[in-house]
Design a protein around this ligand. Structure first.
Ligand SMILES: [Zn+2]
Length: 290
């Protein structure tokens, strides 16, 4: 699906196995930037290279033209096909320094963050050829570039990309989707990163990994405010569940998941880790004061 002059969105469905009988249906968006050369923004899960390459061919271009793959962060649904893309095209892999270890050593990532089905979702490690820093410009074509915005919180090295020429902001997983699984490492950083994104002017198209493109300045503002409101709701629910009690994290996770109206299966160690960051931030934090 073409979303701006240069950018195409590719929706990649996948499953996270919860048990031998049960799997969670998810999807993620990867983006193709077509200029003189082709840049991929994220690669989806293992096997998504076929979907991405088909999308490129449908537009009369050749996957061999992929010169660069920018990874918003190292999680399986963004990194999964990176090794296959690199092997097929020889493209340069770009990511923030804080994601480098988990991109280059996927077994380490699995040890540190054991996502169910990890080995199926990730096609293996890949070397980072270029480390991206906050504020840096990346050339995508002759008259096309993007600015790297470090937006930690979901993960320590999550980045967003501003394509000012296309009035487009790609935010990866930086904007939690109200009602979806709360997955982040640090709620304080999450909120500060969203505030940083809210301060960017003149964005007409918002590209997030978890939803179709959001078009129009007003809708984008509403979407970002909803992300902060969801985090505030979660933070309040965690602190309320933790008041005066000594709960283990999984028990607290189950209570907060129920209070938020999420399905019971949402109570898992990754979500518990998100909630733990609220306990670390504490009640007195002026986190949500505008
Ligand atoms: Zn992620």
């Amino acid at each position: 699906m073409q979303v701006t002059k240069h950018l195409h969105a590719v929706r990649i469905p996948f499953q996270i196995p919860l048990s031998p009988e049960k799997a969670l249906d998810r999807f993620v968006y990867a983006f193709i930037c077509m200029a003189e050369t082709i840049t991929l923004i994220d690669s989806g899960v293992a096997g998504a290279d076929f979907i991405i390459f088909d999308a490129i061919r449908e537009h009369g271009r050749d996957p061999a033209e992929i010169a660069m793959l920018i990874l918003s962060h190292s999680h399986p649904d963004h990194l999964g096909a990176a090794r296959a893309v690199k092997n097929a095209t020889g493209c340069r892999i770009c990511a923030h320094a804080n994601e480098r270890l988990w991109i280059e050593d996927t077994q380490q990532q699995f040890q540190d963050r054991p996502v169910p089905g990890f080995q199926m979702l990730v096609g293996g490690p890949v070397p980072v050829d270029r480390v991206l820093r906050d504020g840096e410009t990346v050339e995508l074509g002759q008259d096309l570039s993007c600015t790297v915005i470090h937006t930690p919180g979901h993960s320590a090295g999550s980045i967003s990309l501003l394509l000012a020429g296309d009035k487009t902001l790609f935010t990866g997983d930086a904007l939690p989707l109200p009602g979806d699984l709360p997955i982040y490492e640090n709620i304080v950083d999450c909120v500060q990163s969203i505030r940083k994104l809210q301060d960017i002017d003149a964005v007409q198209t918002l590209l997030s990994s978890w939803e179709p493109p959001v078009v129009g300045q007003k809708k984008i503002q509403v979407r970002m405010a909803a992300a902060i409101a969801y985090l505030e709701k979660i933070h309040g629910a965690v602190l309320a569940a933790a008041t005066g009690k000594k709960l283990d994290m999984m028990e607290l996770c189950r209570q907060v998941v129920a209070a938020l109206g999420l399905p019971p299966a949402a109570a898992n160690p990754l979500v518990a880790r998100s909630f733990a960051s609220s306990l670390a931030a504490g009640a007195d934090h002026s986190l949500f004061a505008v």
